[in-house]
Design a protein around this ligand. Structure first.
Ligand code: SF4
Length: 320
């Protein structure tokens, strides 16, 4: 199994963590010497867990419009980026974020055209690509590796849970072993490509001990960034229909904050945090209510951690 035992000493930790959480934004500022902003780009992709090649119906909680701010298949990529660039002064450093669906799920020539097109815009210093463990062929990885001399390239490989039972129940269409194998393939064929993953907290059949154990497992992975999500039930999803038939318990804001803080104390401080919560709009939300009003969550979480003398990595123990 692929393990990372790279340690950060307490002294280094003090230097790295000026705040209780090592946010990805801070990493980017350190790396590029200036703030870097993400520009979401909808590349009009689909997902093998929806089109029948891997599964149908998609993950039971998934409704891309509920979390993707920029669903606009009919809008040309150039127009999307030009529009987004208007929001930033000339010279701003930007990362193009291919978020919706599976952005490595296409023939290599198509992907080459797509990535090159996105990266040609002024200010682009990198590419962040949302994808699945089963869509990272050797050819795609070799292509991505080509960009790493000039750009920061990040693959966000969804995992969501370290439980195969959960992955089956939510119809992810891949196993935990598939995820490990994907990370191993990235390290082999695209060693300079950074890796991120997503984990979800709140599936009602999982529990707190399991989520903390998940932080320990994530700490051992050779990943650079992690996004932690609270489970949100949204409309137009299988889970949404299940919830309407029979509501199941979801975490309150207080419980999620406490668990997220504990999760972070067990996570390695070398892994930056892309985000520590998810939200959606009222238009899409079924439950829980608190998530539509959670934009200040990161600040509140840091305040909670400071108050309780917690910081990312405080209880992280990596194998010798
Ligand atoms: S969450 Fe990702 S992998 Fe699952 S159906 Fe949605 S786009 Fe596909």
């Amino acid at each position: 199994m692929l393990l990372c035992s790279e340690k950060v000493s307490r002294t280094e930790l003090g230097a790295v963590l000026k705040r209780p959480i090592f946010f990805y934004k801070e990493y980017l500022t350190q790396r590029f010497g200036a703030p870097v902003y993400k520009v979401s780009v909808d590349a009009g992709m689909t997902c093998p867990n929806r089109d029948g090649s891997q599964g149908v119906g998609g993950c039971t909680y998934c409704s891309n419009p509920s979390f993707s701010k920029n669903s606009a298949y009919d809008v040309e990529i150039e127009s999307q980026i030009k529009q987004a660039l208007l929001r930033y002064p000339v010279g701003t450093k930007l990362i193009a974020y291919l978020q919706s669906y599976t952005n490595t799920y296409a023939p290599v020539p198509h992907l080459r055209k797509l990535y090159s097109k996105v990266l040609q815009f002024p200010g682009m210093v990198g590419l962040s690509i949302g994808t699945r463990p089963d869509c990272l062929s050797e050819d795609v990885l070799l292509l991505l590796n080509e960009y790493t001399d000039r750009f920061e390239v990040m693959l966000e490989i969804g995992l969501e849970s370290f439980s195969d039972d959960t992955l089956k129940r939510v119809n992810r269409g891949h196993s935990v072993a598939d995820f490990y194998a994907a990370v191993e393939r990235v390290k082999k064929f695209a060693p300079k490509v950074k890796v991120a993953t997503h984990l979800m907290i709140g599936f009602p059949w999982e529990n707190e001990a399991f989520w903390i154990e998940s932080a320990r497992l994530a700490a051992q992975l050779p990943i650079n960034m992690l996004k932690l999500h609270n489970l949100i039930v949204v409309s137009k999803t299988v889970m949404g229909e299940e919830y309407k038939r029979k509501a199941f318990p979801l975490l309150s804001k207080t419980d999620y904050m406490r668990i997220a803080a504990e999760f972070l104390t067990h996570l390695s401080p070398r892994i930056s945090i892309g985000r520590a919560f998810a939200y959606t709009t009222e238009e899409h939300l079924i439950a829980p209510d608190w998530v539509t009003d959670a934009r200040s969550f990161h600040g509140e979480l840091e305040h909670y951690m400071q108050k309780n003398q917690l910081y990312q990595g405080k209880l992280c123990i990596l194998p010798a």
